[in-house]
Design a protein around this ligand. Structure first.
Ligand SMILES: Cc1ncc(COP(=O)(O)O)c(C=O)c1O
Ligand SMILES: [Zn+2]
Length: 396
């Protein structure tokens, strides 16, 4: 890592110091001396590297190996899902199963990286506004690091997230409102409380952990770049991170100039990115009364909206919304077809894929990867509505 750079005004910031946003309000991105890394690090070395996302440590920001707080995140399976693909008309379909990460979601990647940097830089107290899974992951990694975690989530967050955070010993506040209301509370109290604000994109390192999803998928495909990536988009950091990873891999000489079509998938009840994409706008507008069972997609105004839109547009991709009924149906059908029980957010990728095959943006023989960002086991309350039980067994 050489320095940090503002994504809006390109101002540079030194490494080895604690940072949140740029003075202009822009998020900071980590930059590396990739030309130098390229001379000593080759993709041929990866088979003997750790079987976690830390296998890519030369392009991760931690400088001291003993700063790394790892619970085994990353290197999740990339599974062929032929039966589900055949049902939709996709002949070459893969699912990257992020539900197998510690705390059952891809949020483990971002928070392993960000908490490791907090550990390295001596941060003692961290606060997070979260739709749920990021809070679970922060609580776990903070516990592992011996750092105090303060968690702010909507009151109706999935039960799993609340219980996990409590079990990991975090200080939990349930807020009447959405993640945006939680963010306001963290922001107004952090100075007085001495908290480091680890909100999505308000600190530079979660995106670095999440970008490893991009490195991994290409490594697992034998260094082939897929034709399309479907990503359930809330704050959009996974999508922005993967987009950054492809550029870095090209500079490392690992891939060429091909990029996947980046598809941002949202729920109809909260689709600010789809609206901005359809209207050809550079930024999104706050989505009023956001509501969806896909709790991770309930982000009414992503801070990195301009970066999401840039990646989607430059890649020739799309932003598309599906209804809650469509995504829950798809989750259950996928479980029956493939034996994989996905989070509602991940399930949303399937009806989105169906729509884009129908529209002609994607072709039947394209190599397509959908990201299941979490385990269905974290959303028993969302799926339970489809499987009501009586005391004696099953209500039919
Ligand atoms: C399961 C799941 N999928 C997707 C998302 C959205 O992630 P991102 O902020 O990278 O768009 C979240 C965020 O909470 C989530 O928990
Ligand atoms: Zn700036």
């Amino acid at each position: 890592m050489t320095h940090l750079e503002c994504a809006l005004c390109n101002k540079k910031f030194a490494q080895g110091e604690i940072h949140n946003l740029c003075d202009c309000g822009g998020p900071l991105l980590v930059r590396y001396d990739l030309a130098r890394i390229r001379q000593t690090w080759d993709r041929q070395q990866l088979p003997s590297a750790p079987n976690t996302m830390w296998r890519y440590h030369p392009v991760l920001p931690v400088t001291q190996p003993n700063s790394i707080i790892s619970l085994g995140e990353g290197m999740t399976p990339l599974l062929p899902i032929a039966r589900a693909g055949a049902r939709l008309g996709a002949g070459n379909l893969w699912l990257k199963d992020e539900g197998l990460n510690p705390t059952g979601s891809f949020k483990a990647r971002g928070l392993s990286c960000a908490v490791s940097m907090c550990h390295e830089l001596g941060v003692k107290k961290i606060a997070i506004p979260s739709a749920g899974n990021a809070a679970s992951a922060l609580s776990a990694y903070a516990a592992a690091a011996g750092i105090e975690a303060h968690v702010f989530m909507p009151r109706d967050v999935p039960q799993s997230n609340f219980i996990e955070c409590k079990a990991y010993g975090a200080r939990v506040t349930l807020v009447d409102g959405l993640i945006s209301d939680c963010a306001r509370i963290v922001s107004s109290r952090k100075d007085a409380e001495g908290w480091f604000d680890i909100s999505t994109l308000k600190e530079p390192y979660r995106i670095e952990g999440k970008k490893t999803m991009g490195y991994e998928v290409v490594e697992q495909l034998g260094w082939r770049v897929p034709d399309a990536i479907f990503y359930p988009t809330g704050g959009g950091v996974g999508l922005i991170g993967m987009w950054k990873a492809f550029d870095e891999m090209e500079q490392l000489g690992w891939i060429g100039s091909k990029r996947p079509k980046m598809i941002a998938v949202q729920a109809e009840g909260c689709a600010p990115m789809v609206r901005a994409f359809d209207r050809h706008e550079q930024r999104s507008e706050f989505w009023q009364n956001a509501a969806t069972v896909a709790a991770g997609l309930r982000v009414p105004k992503p801070l990195g909206d301009f970066l999401i839109l840039e990646a989607v547009r430059k890649s020739g991709g799309a932003a598309i919304a599906v209804s809650d009924d469509e995504l829950i149906d798809a989750g259950i059908r996928l479980a029956e077809d493939e034996g994989i029980f996905v989070a509602p957010e991940g399930a949303a990728c399937l009806p989105a894929l169906e729509k884009l095959l129908y529209s002609g943006l994607l072709k039947a023989n394209d190599e397509i990867v959908i990201y299941n960002t979490g385990s269905g086991l974290k959303y028993l309350d969302a799926y339970a509505a489809r499987f009501p039980r009586s005391a004696a067994g099953e209500l039919d």
